[in-house]
Design a protein. Sequence first.
Lengths: 325, 292
Amino acid sequence: MTEKLLEIDDLSVDYETARGDLKALRNITFDVNKSEIVGIVGESGCGKSTLISAILRLIAPNTRFRSGEVRFKGEDLLTASERKIRDLRGDDISIVFQDPMQTHNPVISIGQQMVDIQHRSKANKAEKRATAAKMLGAVGIPDPEARLSQFPHEFSGGMRQRIAIAMALMSEPDLLIADEPTTALDATLEVQIIERLKDLQRDFGCAILFISHHLGVIAELCDRVVVMYAGAVVESGTVREIFHHPKHPYTRRLIECDPGHIKERARVLPTIPGEVPDLANLPTGCIFRDRCDQAFERCAEVPPLTRLSDGQNAACWLNHAEEPA
Amino acid sequence: MTDAIVNPAKSKSELAIIIAGVARDPLGLIGLIIVGVIVFSAVFAAWIVPYDPIAMNIPDRMQGPPTAHLLGTDQLGRDTFSRVIMGGQVALKVALPAIFGAMAIGLTLGMIAGYGPKWLDNFLMLLFDTIRSFPTVMFALAVVALVGPSLQTVVFVVMATSIPTYGRVARTQTLTLRNSEFILAERAMGASIVRILSVHMLPNIIGVLAVLVAMDIPTVIALEAGLSFLGLGVKPPTPSWGALLKDGYALIRQTPWLVVGGGLPIVIATLGFTFLGESLRDVVDPKLRKNR
């Protein structure tokens, strides 16, 4: 029996803006089990970052939670006290951000930062430093002892991202959120970081919520995938099912657009025609209707995220076609 | 004095690099030497002065320099050179506590204003602007009228009027940093506000303020001299460059040396600290730092 670590249940988040409420997330539902790697894919602006900020409650002042719960080990994070949330952050839940060039304090040495981040530990400074060096070694930084006294600008981008991963894993979290950790890096480094994350996940046994718009990386790393479009989950399931038998037209088009899947040489890379709808002024019915080439009358209603098989859910009326309406 | 610009979070080698960088710049080197001499003479003033700076010696009054007195004597026969040296000590006694006090308070309030809630920011900014809207000399007049002239009064006046400058700079720096990704990362990792401000913001801000301190010291020295000149500064027997200048101004027909004794050190000290401050600014400029 797999144990549920993070349960997101019917989460809806709005941003209050001058143009009215921007419905950034609508009825998001998915789980992350213990020691599992779950990927979230979606275009820019589909609500991936809002989702992370909701989980960590690092929200902009104009954020409004309209419905739903974010349960971590059974406890609702949206109603937990500020104190409780702060205790979770960096201890049970850690995060690696997208741009490694920005996530370290430029004027403090890496060693000091890594010692500082262990502020919850009772260990003395020498012990903390030793832990820091050990973690740097674990993420593959050569000569970690000496490099502790160096400053962030003395490291390359890939190294900095590995340091960020080391810092995130230092508290041995149960859940590691990786917010597009390889987007700012080049392809070779991306493979390195992914391999490293896989190894570390095996060693530390933490669950990873891996956010990316790179399908290849998701397929390589994750156990399960959540596909998001314009603030809603359109499909979720195991990597095998999603990539081999996508049930939502958006997932299908997304996979077709991935350069890794294109067999023939083409002058122009395939794209999904149309634009992401305006979240402040939502169209009625299925959110993907305007761009979908298989849309029919029933799409005027919002399709629910329906369980199709043991490892797959999708929100599309096409999958209900044979059922009586 | 150079110790004052040490960033506590930086290693010794960093300080050595900064000093070497200042010394490489000719104006910086001149500033470093002048400041060094002023600090040295202020610290060891008691052993340097050839005469007691407040001992009167009426028979030898108003002498010129080519006598036993290096810079002559004033209308009460006090040795001008001794008074200049002691005046330097007084100037630093006013400037250093006033500036560092103002920096400490301004830094704290500025960081709170920059990081805290909007209403607190507005309140502190209103407070800063209110203080700044007083002309310093008027403010000094009011304070002196209330508590009487003394060294402490000057320190208080200078400190109170300098706090807004430091507060505003600290606030601006905090505002630019508060939304930076590494601060967000710290918050995501569960750091408290105190930890974020003291461990992560402070080392990023202190460098800019250190330069401001070096640039501000000459202003404060001139301010102290100005207040003493107007009789609002340190009390008469205590030697001060401003008081020397005032005596010299009254007696300029009898002996020009008092004006020289009071004026020259102000000019030299102002130049020295300004050179040092400007050179320091170039050396610690974060945009140039990475290339070092």
